[in-house]
Design a protein. Sequence first.
Length: 172
Amino acid sequence: MATELVSGGASSPVVQLRKWLLPVPHRGPTAPLVISAWAMRSSPTPWLQLQNAVWQFESARTTYWDEAWFAREFSRLGHDQYIWTVESWSGQTRGLVGSVSLDLHNRWGSEAVINWLAVLPEFRCVGVGTALMAHAEHQAWRRGRAVTRVETLSTWKPAIAFYQRLGYGRVE
């Protein structure tokens, strides 16, 4: 556990997990979904709604991200930040049901950081999160990164178990 995240007035320890990527061909999602790049210049409202819905479901958070936070965060991260989203499920547009981002410009240098994985509760355990993670890992590999890192709250046991099922191990 390396850092702390302040959420709803209380701080929670953050768990960091890491995975070494292997040069395997990317086969795409096995679930019936479409992953697409999200235009950073478009309105952040759908992304913020998704993130806030997931945070509200997962914790007793009382403060939410807004457009000003979004603008500050992404201008700080610079041009090596990518976001992919899932808006289509079984051939039908459903609105934003999941997203993930990849940060290539971070404090760990050659490691890519996968962050802000969010999947609406009703779309969990059907392959959306796994497909988004596989996509982000593939994109990290394509951009010359052999290691990916994720962070999650230590209290989010299902998230830790999910990342471990995908091959991530704790960073001590």
